[in-house]
Design a protein around this ligand. Structure first.
Ligand code: XLS
Ligand code: MG
Length: 343
């Protein structure tokens, strides 16, 4: 069983801005963030393409790669690796009606250009993992697109990335909503099915995010288990979510402790990490958190994981089997509650 490696992204240390109000904290320089990531015990950094190369839209392909190589040198300085790079396609106005499922030729070409540059940046940072959170792949007005045509267009877009680089591995990160009104690829099942339809399914896997499963009305641990069963869980984004609302990216385990326990349990039982997979955190600090302590949500999430891992390692499988044999699942449930409550 490999030691779990934790990662986070620079966007996890943000200014506190949200839909309903501006930031409450000053921006933290990129290098300061990753220096702190190393100090709090993270092993790697998750990237958006423009986290690594901020001005990439205005740079040549060679300049983008050269800049990314300097970022790799910075990672090396702090003993960190790049877990994946995700094309941040949702910020630009050119993807306002979708990127890979856009109905506008110029917008689609921009999305593919950014995706190919993301692959270039990933290679320069020393990873072959490209993560696709399909933020705007769906509709704002259901009748504006032909869903069958657009879902095939989405598959063809993944095929183009697989063609662009023979080593790239694509991780699809499903989410049922937000910012899009109706997503074309909202759950782990959709993402697995899409990957299976690509020209090289062995190079397409998943990253399951706790909150995204909850927002789909599904159980994160079971989504992870389904991907694990198919050998397709190549990343996770652990966090938490209080019911069906906007994506809160809450610290791991703070709302749904038992669901968090079962996420840690399914990862541990299935040797997640043995092939280099990372425990990615995708969490945001509360707006009330001051700048002097704006990494605590990452520290807390890692600590909750480690505390739950201790509980998982103590789980009594013989007692579980006995309760199951007796069909006394309420006895088993109480055992789990006492385990979690430290009784
Ligand atoms: C947003 C996604 C995003 C991706 C990285 O909901 O979780 O954070 O993981 O762009
Ligand atoms: Mg995420």
């Amino acid at each position: 069983m490999a030691k779990f490696m934790f990662t986070a992204g620079p966007w996890n240390v943000h200014e506190g801005d949200e839909t309903f109000g501006p930031g409450t904290r000053p921006s933290v320089p990129f290098e300061e963030k990753i220096k702190k990531f190393a100090e709090i015990g993270l092993s790697g950094v998750q990237f958006h393409d423009d986290d690594a190369v901020p001005d990439m839209n205005n740079m040549s392909e060679k300049a983008i790669v050269d800049y990314a190589k300097d970022v790799k040198a910075m990672l090396d300085k702090y003993g960190l690796f790049a877990e994946f790079v995700a094309p941040r396609l949702w910020f630009d106005g050119r993807t306002s009606d979708g990127a890979y499922t856009s109905s506008h030729k110029g917008d689609y070409e921009f999305a593919m250009w950014r995706s190919f540059r993301t692959i270039d940046i990933a290679k320069a940072l020393g990873t072959n993992k490209v993560q696709l959170w399909l933020a705007r792949e769906g509709t704002l007005c259901a009748e504006s697109k032909n869903p069958v045509e657009k879902i095939l267009q989405l598959r063809d877009s993944v095929d183009k990335m697989l063609d662009y680089d023979p080593d790239v591995q694509i991780l699809i990160e499903p989410k049922p909503n937000e910012p899009v009104d109706r997503s074309y690829c909202g759950t782990a099942g959709h993402a697995l099915a899409l990957g299976a339809q690509t020209k090289d399914p062995d190079r397409v896997g998943l990253c399951i995010e706790s909150a995204h499963s909850i927002l789909a009305g599904l159980d994160p641990a079971n989504d992870m288990a389904f991907a694990l069963a198919l050998g397709k869980l190549w990343g996770v984004h652990l966090n938490d979510q209080n019911g069906m609302r906007f994506d809160q990216d809450k610290s791991f385990g703070v709302d749904n402790l038992r669901a968090a326990f079962n996420q840690v349990k399914v990862l541990y039982e299935n040797n997640f990490g043995d092939k280099g997979e990372c425990v990615g955190l995708d969490v945001k600090a509360m707006r009330t958190q001051g700048p002097e302590d704006c990494y605590r949500h990452l520290i807390n999430s890692k600590r909750v994981f480690e505390l739950l891992l201790e509980k998982v390692k103590r789980f009594d499988y013989a007692y579980q089997a006995k309760c199951v044999k007796e069909r006394n699942l309420e006895k088993l449930e109480m055992y789990v509650m006492e385990l979690l409550l430290g009784a």
